[in-house]
Write a protein that binds this ligand. Structure first.
Ligand SMILES: [Mn+2]
Length: 376
């Protein structure tokens, strides 16, 4: 039993040297010193072509950006500045709500601006990070096409007109892709940027425990020695507002368990990213394999789904369950989210919608006939 576990562990995280030797075979002579990278060897040339003659770049994250998105944006700004002298503005839609994310921006002094305060016409280079044009979870107007897209979510169709798309779910974090780009260019990030990227990889992969690949392990290792661990500790253990404890109180009070599924309607939340955080927390309950949390913020209903059932795909579940509700949805194997507009719905319709979503999940997850029990 112990032996079997050991073998399985080794298979999922292959020996670094062996993996490097394997990759070295696939890459050309020129790239030998970057043998850990999975990017094509022409990636720098491709960036060179896109950046040629550009004066001003805008790097946009997905709405309500997480550390991976923010760090990736900062990393790309550093890359553009270093290889082509092109200055960037970093922008996001929605809000930076989670205490850790606010601490990341504050502590590392990331110069991010809400997209609404910027004039898109002032930029001749548009980059999307940690999202894709058709994903629908960012604030880039439909009629704008980014020239560059860097993302680790499953590839979406319809990304037409993009010059350079580095989209691969062979990475657990966009920060890992950005780190490879930086290494490819032989650049050395300062400790602030290294810390941001390190936290991006760490938080998106839950310290390499979930959804991590050898590429993430390599980025993590490389960034670890360059990070400022005192700053990192400040970011990871921030002070939180009173509303944070109130949100958890609501969650524990209203959570309902149906067999191996736990669900909660959080009502109106103080920040959208408390919804996935609570879904994540509830999944840690013994015997629970699925958690669903919903909550509204500024006339939008946020839905988060988490699972530790490796045979099922949370992203597919949420897409099939929310497709007809007029929102956008996306996600990976174990985590997914959706956002449904509530404007143009009466308060009665909103109540019905919330109940409908939760009951659809119960049906789809096969617990419609399970008796309901409370968490506390
Ligand atoms: Mn990410």
């Amino acid at each position: 039993m112990v032996q079997e576990k050991h073998t399985r562990g080794r298979r999922s995280v292959p020996d670094g040297r062996k993996a490097a030797r394997h990759r070295r075979k696939k890459l050309g002579e020129h790239d030998r010193r970057h043998c850990n990278s999975r990017l094509g060897k022409r990636v720098l040339e491709r960036f060179g072509r896109v950046l040629r003659g550009k004066k001003s770049s805008l790097i946009l994250t997905h709405d309500n950006p997480d550390p991976d998105a923010l760090a990736s944006a900062a990393g790309m700004a550093f890359f553009y500045e270093s290889i082509a002298n092109v200055p960037s503005r970093l922008a996001y839609g929605g809000i930076i709500g989670r205490a850790e994310n606010r601490a990341l921006v504050r502590t590392l002094k990331l110069p991010v601006t809400p997209l609404g305060r910027l004039d898109l016409d002032e930029f001749d280079l548009l980059t999307l990070v940690d999202t894709q044009h058709p994903a629908g979870n960012h604030s880039l107007p439909e009629d704008r096409t980014p020239q560059v897209v860097i993302d680790h979510h499953p590839q979406r169709s319809g990304d037409h007109g993009v010059h350079l798309a580095l989209v691969s779910d062979a990475y657990g974090a966009t920060s890992s892709i950005v780190t490879e780009i930086i290494r490819f260019a032989d650049l050395e990030p300062d400790p602030m940027l290294a810390t941001a990227l390190f936290y991006g990889v760490k938080s998106d992969t839950q310290s390499l425990v979930r959804r991590s690949t050898p590429a993430d392990v390599e980025a993590y290792r490389w960034l670890f020695s360059r990070s400022d661990h005192a700053l990192l500790a400040e970011i990871e253990h921030p002070k939180v507002p009173l509303s944070y404890f109130q949100a958890y109180h609501t969650a524990y009070q209203h959570a309902r368990i149906y067999g191996s599924v736990i669900m909660v309607d959080l009502g109106t939340v103080y920040t959208p990213d408390i919804v996935p955080e609570i879904a994540e927390r509830l999944l840690s309950l013994e015997q629970v394999n699925w958690s669903v949390a919903i909550g509204d913020y500024e006339n939008e209903l946020y839905v988060s789904v988490r699972t530790n059932d490796r045979r099922r795909n949370a992203g597919r579940q949420i897409q099939s369950l929310t497709r007809d509700l007029g929102g956008s949805a996306g996600g990976h194997g174990s985590m997914a989210g959706a956002k449904i507009p509530l404007t143009e719905r009466s308060s009665e319709e909103v109540i019905t919608l919330r109940e409908k979503i939760l009951s659809r999940f119960r049906g789809k997850l096969g617990v419609a006939d399970e008796t309901e029990s409370t968490l506390i």
